[in-house]
Ligand binder design. Structure first.
Ligand SMILES: N[C@@H](CCC(=O)N[C@@H](CS)C(=O)NCC(=O)O)C(=O)O
Length: 242
């Protein structure tokens, strides 16, 4: 059976890492059986989570994995889409992965109050056998790493207001396209729904106040889409929250 290595669950959502949440949601949409492995970056082929072990192969990168898994398991949740819909889906997914993701990182790690929440969340994920001092050093290292990545990527050079403006524009585009459809392209969940859910659950259900969260909560179709995916594909997480 396929083993999925990702960050441990927290905050009552599938994963606080959008790429991890995307891959696990996609596995549930496609009904590919899997088990969860421990959080272990040292075995990650690209030094990042998620990655999967399937037989002898250990493969990283959520986006590349989707294509490999489609071929290996003969599944494709996007098969019924027109070429134009596939193109639109890809553009939305890239927007969320390459642009919106960094606005999530910005409000989590650059905001001093939200950083305290991140610090506590990460401390809870690290092995308790490690002394607290060591765990704090790891969290501080993660923060320094992410702030450097934010700067290099470019989002970290903007003001809070500018990042909010950019992130809200992305959310507005998702909300406007989704409209009153249950899923992004109609009645069936597709790969784009996995990506949209990964981003939205990390805003709507995350204990990280931000203008992005305020905006997402003001759009009832975004809130309903998140709940719809949770109800259909992660009922056990929803039950734990109740
Ligand atoms: N393109 C990768 C991105 C994965 C990624 O950025 N993972 C982050 C967690 S959200 C990570 O593992 N970071 C560890 C690090 O940068 O050291 C994918 O889609 O899988």
């Amino acid at each position: 059976m396929l083993t999925l290595y990702q960050m441990p669950r927290a905050w009552g959502i599938p994963n606080i890492s959008p790429p991890c949440a995307k891959l696990e949601t996609w596995l549930r949409i496609t009904n590919i059986p899997y088990e969860l492995g421990p959080f272990d970056l040292s075995r990650a082929p690209k030094g990042k989570v998620p990655f999967v072990e399937d037989g002898d192969a250990v493969t990283g990168d959520a986006t590349l994995l989707l294509d490999q898994l489609k071929a290996r398991y003969g599944v494709d949740p996007d098969q019924h889409l027109t070429p134009a819909e596939r193109g639109v889906g890809l553009a939305f997914r890239r927007m969320l992965k390459e642009d919106f993701y960094w606005s999530i990182v910005y409000f989590r790690w650059r905001d001093e109050q939200n950083f305290l929440t991140m610090r506590d969340t990460f401390l809870g994920m690290l092995p308790p056998v490690l002394p607290e001092e060591v765990r704090l050093q790891i969290v501080d290292g993660a923060k320094a790493n992410l702030l450097a990545q934010l700067q290099q990527q470019g989002m970290g050079r903007h003001s809070r207001e500018e990042v909010a403006q950019l992130g809200i524009a992305d959310l507005e585009a998702v909300s406007d396209f989704l409209g009153d459809k249950p899923f992004f392209f109609g009645e069936q969940a597709t790969t784009t729904d996995a990506t949209v859910f990964a981003a939205l659950s990390n805003i709507i259900d995350a204990p990280i106040p931000s203008p992005l969260k305020d905006f997402a909560l003001s759009r009832s179709n975004l809130v309903a889409h998140t709940l719809r995916i949770e109800q259909r594909y992660f009922p056990e997480i929803l039950a734990e929250k109740a």
